[in-house]
Design a protein around this ligand. Structure first.
Ligand SMILES: [Zn+2]
Length: 141
């Protein structure tokens, strides 16, 4: 589910993910209105209205199924959230973060975003092209 969580954040959804969450912690998050996503049917039996069970298959296929179930295309805000820590990104001036980006990129690109928690910088470079392709594969736009 790590990749599913990463892609949900890529799509802009507020996503809790930790590899060490136990069943009771997951159900605890669901009690506060979150939707649980798992491959574990036993977990769904404990809270059927809040847990979605996905077949164990590749992450993009899982996300496409989830997108169809929850109409994710309608609510997505791709490229607005930190992939590592889930925070909403803030736009920033490139002069503020010049030491964090490759010199080549600095020269030709002006739009940058920074995560207020982990300080990671994001931009629409070549890596973002691959990510846009993932968004298209999942949401169809
Ligand atoms: Zn972050």
């Amino acid at each position: 589910m790590a990749k599913v969580a990463k892609y949900l954040r890529l799509l802009g959804f507020d996503t809790v993910y930790r590899g060490d969450l136990d069943d009771n912690e997951i159900l605890g998050y669901c009690r506060f209105g979150r939707i649980g996503v798992t491959c574990d049917r036993r977990l769904q039996e404990r809270m059927p209205n809040s847990i979605i069970v996905l077949r164990c298959e590749d992450a993009v296929t899982q996300l496409r199924r989830l997108a169809a179930m929850l109409d994710l295309a309608r609510f997505a805000h791709p490229f607005t959230r930190s992939l590592c820590c889930n925070r909403i990104l803030a736009s920033c001036e490139k002069e503020q973060i010049f030491e964090k980006i490759p010199k080549e990129t600095y020269r030709w690109l002006d739009g940058y975003w920074i995560c207020p928690k982990c300080d990671r910088v994001y931009w629409q470079g070549t890596h973002a092209k691959r990510m846009r392709k993932k968004v298209y594969e999942i949401l169809g736009y």
